[in-house]
Design a protein around this ligand. Structure first.
Ligand code: DGL
Length: 265
């Protein structure tokens, strides 16, 4: 690690590194490409170790640090932690380890949901670990005067997206069972895991038009843009940049799934 740190000479035309426990963070990558289309991106999905959200904290931290180091070795000039679980578990550790690198995490978009008028009831869907961690509890406490907030751990949901299932009958049934106890009382849903935007349409169908859905991907992309700009690290390229997918499963199908999700309408 010391070696990586010493060799870091950040250049504005290097790629932006993005990672997640698997393919979910591609929902954030899509937002990054909208906000900064000229940048090059390298996306790492740690699918071999997915899910993170049901693993012990220390293990999530260790895997997260390994992902950052992998991306830095690939020449990343900045890092987006496109995983709510890894952010909640390790972003502070990462900031201490890499103080000179623009590094942005993602957290559930509770703020815009809770600040809707009329003291709304907000359902936060996330991994068991995200909901259990201090970072989430602090976030919740900040808005508990403004809204009724229900944290819903969703073990098993990310696995559908990892296997490329975003519209199957089995997924619909899973979501129905998960959400039906809450649907009458809630005004909005926060997608607090980066895999969930890929099943958003199905959640919308079940929840109906009355329920608003919030996702932190775009805010995270804009924050990364601000950080890179401030550090003088925005690319000088004018044309559209490139996207490269890497996955710890190192299988052709995994890269194919990544492209499919990236291009999904
Ligand atoms: N996509 C991840 C998140 O945003 C985690 C899914 C998992 O590995 O459990 O929390």
């Amino acid at each position: 690690m010391e070696e990586i740190r010493q060799n870091l000479a950040l250049d504005r035309n290097q790629p932006v590194g993005v990672f997640d426990s698997g393919v979910g963070g591609i929902s954030v990558l899509r937002e990054l490409c909208k906000v900064m289309p000229e940048e090059n991106y390298i996306y790492f999905g740690d699918s071999i170790n997915a899910p993170y959200g049901t693993k012990p904290l220390e293990e999530i931290r260790r895997l997260t640090i390994a992902n950052v180091e992998f991306l830095l070795r690939q020449g990343a000039k900045g890092i987006v932690v496109a995983c709510n679980t890894a952010t909640a578990a390790a972003v502070r550790v990462l900031r201490n380890m890499y103080p000179d690198i623009p590094l942005v995490g993602i957290e559930p978009a509770l703020k815009p949901a809770a600040l809707q008028p009329g003291h709304p009831t907000v359902l936060v869907m996330a991994t068991p670990m995200t909901i259990q961690l201090e970072k989430y509890k602090t976030l919740m406490m900040r808005y508990e005067q403004k809204a009724d907030i229900i944290g819903l751990p969703c073990p098993g949901l990310m696995e559908f997206v990892e296997t490329g299932n975003t519209d199957g009958e089995d997924l619909k049934q899973f979501l129905e069972e998960l959400l039906s106890p809450y649907l009458r009382e809630i005004d909005s849903i926060v997608l607090g895991c980066t895999h969930y935007p890929f099943v958003r349409r199905m959640i919308e169908e079940l929840a109906g038009e009355r329920v608003r859905i919030f996702d932190g991907g775009n805010g995270t992309a804009r924050e990364m843009c601000r950080r890179l700009t401030k550090a003088g690290l925005r690319t000088s390229r004018r044309e559209r940049g490139t996207v490269t997918f890497e996955n710890s499963l190192a299988k052709e199908e995994e890269i194919e799934l990544s492209w499919n999700l990236f291009q999904k309408k």
